[in-house]
Design a protein around this ligand. Structure first.
Ligand code: OSB
Ligand code: MG
Length: 375
């Protein structure tokens, strides 16, 4: 039984080692919303609300979600007893539209509290079976094809099992082709457009279709399904949906309309582990592979992604790069690492999220905090 007594929100700022550019914007300093959840029995855990600074990926932002958590999410869960963490999503979903990343931060924290109470690693609490996660890197848009080739070659050398290349019109076919030529016909390459195209660009996308990519992620509008179905008919490369899949229903829509063949599940985007597991199970039943995406999370959010990616149908490498790919220094101990074969270990040696938060360091880089609830 989980009964939250309080939620502490904190904003920290972590400078990325290098700016991360996608078609819709660039991040240099990551503003991160961490949550500290406390149960009435005194158990505490940390979670992360993965929204970005600006609404260029989804309508959510760290500032809007600060309000959403304080005003609408916290009042629905504080002091309320949940027999199962799987019950939380429905409570947050009823007559409460959107704000999935705000809901997910709290919902996933409750899964971690339940894991602590059950003395289980988070992965095992949610039904995960893997002990290691195959890892891919997500490379931001580079200045030139040559710069991209250098990064992609280095990533393969480090052991990454998938190299995702961010693209936009003008930084696409030439860039991806250069990587393909350098790394060979079988290198595990994919592209992610973050909505940079329309059906009018089908010729450009057809050129990418000749480059033997594992998938093309979210080429069309952020909330589109129908046009992706039209596009998938014209491409042999599997379309993978990210932004468009905000719930189990949208995953069912994708399948019904053949709008894509792979799903990138980000637990924040869909409202938490409850919906993530439901999408995972649906996809497993329908032969749709899934993988775990990333939102430039700190080591706290990463713990949840690693746990989720340990479910059996996460059969493609996830965007769960080690801490050092993003930060000079992460906020967790141990930091997340990847071995030379591109595998990240699922922490199975202790209950809960599997890493300790370095609270002193978090205190040092906290720029605002607020506590909702008592004691
Ligand atoms: O589209 O997957 C995306 C980061 C911010 C917003 C959107 C995306 C991404 C990434 C980062 O690709 C993946 C990672 O965290 O390594
Ligand atoms: Mg994406």
């Amino acid at each position: 039984m989980i009964t939250l007594s309080r939620i502490r929100l904190r904003e920290i700022r972590l400078p990325l080692r290098e700016p991360f550019q996608i078609s819709s914007g660039v991040v240099t300093d990551r503003r991160i919303l961490l949550l500290e959840l406390t149960d009435v029995d005194g158990t505490t855990t940390w979670s992360e609300c993965v929204a970005g600074e600006t609404p260029n990926y989804s309508p959510e932002t760290i500032d809007t979600n600060w309000i959403a958590i304080k005003e609408w999410v916290a009042p629905r869960v504080l002091g309320k007893s949940f027999a199962q963490p799987g019950d939380v999503h429905d409570v947050l979903d009823k007559d409460f539209r959107g704000h999935n990343m705000a809901k997910a931060g709290v919902e996933m924290g409750i899964w971690a509290l339940a894991a602590e109470q059950a003395k289980l690693p988070l992965s095992r609490m949610i039904g995960g079976t893997r002990t290691t996660i195959a890892t891919g890197i997500s490379l931001g848009i580079q200045k030139s094809p040559a710069a991209l080739v250098d990064k992609a070659r280095a990533a393969i050398g480090e052991g990454y099992r998938k190299v995702k290349i961010k693209i936009k019109p003008g930084s696409d076919v030439e860039f991806v082709r250069a990587a393909r030529e350098e790394l060979g016909p079988d290198a595990p390459l994919m592209a992610d457009a973050n909505n940079a195209y329309t059906l009018d660009d089908v010729d450009r996308l057809a050129a990418l279709d000749e480059l033997n990519l594992m998938m093309i992620e979210q080429p069309l509008a952020w909330d589109d399904i129908v046009r992706h179905a039209e596009l998938q008919k014209r491409l042999k490369t599997p379309v993978c949906l990210d932004e468009s899949i905000t719930s189990l229903d949208r995953a069912i829509d994708m399948h019904t309309l053949s709008a894509g063949r792979i799903i990138n599940i980000k637990p924040g985007r869909v409202g938490g582990f409850g919906p993530s597991i439901a999408i995972h199970d649906f996809c497993e039943q329908h032969g749709i592979p899934v993988w775990c995406g990333g939102m430039l999370e700190s080591g706290v959010g990463r713990a949840y992604n690693v746990a989720l990616a340990s479910l059996p149908n996460f059969t493609k490498p996830g965007d769960v790069s080690p801490s050092a790919r993003y930060w000079e220094r992460d906020v967790v101990t141990p930091e997340w690492t990847m071995d030379s074969t591109g595998m990240v270990a699922v922490p199975l040696d202790k209950p809960g999220i599997g890493v300790e938060v370095d609270v002193g360091r978090v205190d040092d880089i906290t720029v605002r905090s607020e506590t909702v609830g008592g004691k």
